[in-house]
Design a protein around this ligand. Structure first.
Ligand code: PLP
Length: 349
């Protein structure tokens, strides 16, 4: 017997998440993982690592609570927002009984975390203009415990209107939890649903330092929710989930200086996005979907040869499940310029 056959059937059958990093590629322009192009130095204190870390370091929780405008009791920190997705599923869903609901095209980890935990999924696609199909969701709520809504949505970039989220929260009140994934909200903070937390105990908001805060490699994310939900999640989180250096670096990023630097970079990236959008829209046959995050979803007459041409030229973009659409992360201005130029050249051939 092969050792792999000892594994759970679901794990044997699982196709793991294809992260931008695992897909490889060689190049000098990396626009495939919605990372920030800005690099920063941090002070790292390597002393006292003989002691375990605090489960939920108070200075870090306090700093994020202040940034998000919530109480510390409403904040949990974890290894990225991805860990929070897994924790939520394990907290709320019973195998063979409960489901999660999500609305593709959207972020791939909701499905994969559910599969890993043997939780069934209900899929209600977004409408043609990538909004929630509320009547269809309402018809599909039986056995659903968790709903995942990504806003701004990855990979389409649009935000979900506040009145739709409120409708969803009312529709699910007392029977299911609505998780709004705000991984990209720092690029359009006015679209956050954070002020709904106080009146809606079934709302959960996911945040991360991986995108606007330029700390994808740190693995630090946050869950904002009613204190009762935070308490439940803390029951099942790993004993020491936040390495001491992660706490120290995250606190520097969340200092007043760190936050104002982030906001400045958000302005630059939003302006680069507007530039790239204008450039690409001027190319015949190209459609750009207006987005509010640090990427654009762009549709081409034939995306695959274009993707490969740029790949071969060291410009690494991300394919999407949407036919002939490619997601382009927003980098430095010169990276946007080179990308637009290569696309224009390829399509002119
Ligand atoms: C990047 C991303 C995440 C994961 O964030 P981490 O904090 O790096 O785990 C979650 N949701 C969406 C929509 C993302 O794009």
């Amino acid at each position: 017997m092969k050792i792999a056959q000892l594994a759970r059937k679901e794990v044997q059958a699982l196709t793991p998440y294809q992260s931008a990093r695992t897909l490889g590629g060689q190049g000098d322009i990396w626009l495939n993982a919605n990372e920030s192009p800005f690099e920063h130095q941090y002070n790292i204190d390597g002393a006292a690592l003989n002691r375990y870390s605090e489960c939920q370091p108070k200075p870090l929780i306090a700093a994020y609570a202040k940034y998000a405008g919530v109480c510390p009791e409403q904040v949990l920190t974890s290894r990225g927002a991805d860990e929070s997705i897994d924790l939520l599923i394990r907290t709320f869903c019973e195998t063979g009984q409960d489901r999660i609901l999500f609305c593709p095209p959207t972020y791939g980890m909701y499905r994969i975390s559910a599969q890993i935990n043997e939780i069934a999924q209900r899929i209600v696609p977004l409408t043609a203009d990538w909004q929630l199909n509320l009547p269809e969701i309402a018809n599909n709520l039986d056995t659903v415990k968790l709903l995942f809504v990504c806003s701004p949505n990855n990979p389409t970039g649009n935000v979900i209107p506040r009145q739709d989220i409120i409708a969803l929260l009312k529709m699910t009140e007392g029977r299911a939890v609505v998780v709004i994934d705000e991984a990209y909200i720092d690029f359009c903070p006015e679209a956050s649903m954070v002020t709904l937390l106080d009146n809606h105990p079934n709302l959960v908001i996911l945040r991360t330092l991986s995108k606007a805060f330029a700390l994808a490699g740190l693995r630090c994310g946050f869950t904002l929710a009613h204190p009762d939900i935070i308490t439940l999640m803390l029951k099942i989180i790993a004993p020491y989930p936040v390495p001491v250096p992660v706490e120290h670096i995250a606190c520097q990023a969340l200092s007043d200086a760190g936050i104002s630097r982030m906001k400045h970079q958000v302005m630059q990236l939003n302006s680069n996005r507007a530039y790239l959008q204008t450039e690409l829209e001027s190319i015949p046959g190209v459609t750009v979907f207006s987005g509010r995050a640090n990427y654009l979803l762009v549709s081409f007459p034939h995306a695959q040869p274009l993707f490969e041409h740029l790949w071969d030229n060291g410009i690494i973009l991300r394919r999407t499940p949407i036919e002939n659409a490619i997601r382009i992360s927003i980098g430095q201005r010169d990276e946007c310029e080179k990308t637009a130029r290569s696309i224009r050249q390829h399509l002119a051939q």
